[in-house]
Design a protein around this ligand. Structure first.
Ligand code: CIR
Length: 263
């Protein structure tokens, strides 16, 4: 196994802060429990480590309630890292806060500059391209800036649409392997995965579309038995992790880590 889109030597996670109760959410379905969030987070980190990866868990940042969703603040490749420019005003400062840590791993770090906005949750890196969904958090200027920055490493960016009312592009899809994407039907209907094999989330289980392929594992939220069965049936090694508290803040499995293999 050497696919660079899902083979990772490292991951960065961030401890949930006490301020998580003030995290952004589209609909208020209750306050997340910090204790349970922490328990799920510990299980998540253990799952990543079980694949042999070196996982660094950074300190919580109380000033940024959503900073546990570390994926949105940067995008990492073998060659270097891109510091994002989150479109949520309360999250803008998270990107700069992450830069010193990324310098421990990379010589080359580039930064999305104003005026564009872009968040990691809108970016799906596959073996052959970088798909970016424009959304309420990611605009055309942010995408064009990313395109310009990653050109130096030979990566191609393709712009797609995030379905209306969906937080991030990857809220509705995930990479399963070099050729295969897990997607909701509402997203794949746009035709954006025409050149891939697509496995759909089972009916009424759209909320598990955000999962991660991390080395040998598919790390998915617990509580979606029909989709889990589909994935196991297709030959994937599925590990389920509790996600009830992150879900109250529209977060899922990809948001909780930055996954990378620096050269
Ligand atoms: C937010 O609205 O920004 C957070 N409450 C959730 C971020 C989820 N991140 C992701 O899907 N990559």
């Amino acid at each position: 196994m050497n696919a660079k889109s899902y083979t990772f030597s490292h991951a960065l996670c961030r401890t949930p802060s006490r301020s998580i109760i003030d995290g952004l959410r589209a609909v208020d379905v209750g306050t997340p429990s910090l204790d349970l969030f922490q328990q799920h987070h510990t299980d998540y980190v253990a799952a990543l480590r079980s694949t042999g990866a070196d996982v660094t868990v950074l300190d919580a940042i109380e000033g940024f309630p959503d900073s546990v969703f570390i994926e949105d603040a940067a995008l990492c490749f073998q060659e270097g890292a891109v510091i994002m420019r989150p479109g949520a005003p309360t999250r803008l400062g998270e990107a700069a806060a992450l830069a010193p840590t990324l310098r421990d791993f990379y010589e080359e770090i580039v930064t999305i500059e104003a005026p564009g906005f872009i968040e990691g949750g809108d970016i799906l890196t596959t073996e052959r391209e970088i798909l970016v969904g424009t959304s309420a958090r990611t605009d055309d200027a942010g995408v064009e800036e990313l395109r310009r920055l990653v050109d130096r490493w030979g990566y191609k960016v393709r712009v797609v649409n995030t379905p209306p009312g969906v937080l991030h592009f990857k809220t509705d899809c995930s990479l399963l392997d070099e050729e295969t994407i897990l997607s909701t039907k509402r997203l794949s209907a746009s035709g954006c995965f025409e050149d891939y094999k697509v496995i759909h989330t089972a009916e009424d289980e759209e909320a598990c579309a955000n999962l991660i392929r991390f080395n040998s594992l598919i790390v998915m939220p617990a509580g979606f038995p029909k989709t889990a069965e589909k994935l196991v049936g297709a030959g994937y090694n599925v590990k389920e992790i509790g996600n009830t508290e992150a879900a109250k803040l529209d977060g899922g499995m990809s948001c909780l880590s930055l996954r990378f293999s620096p050269k």
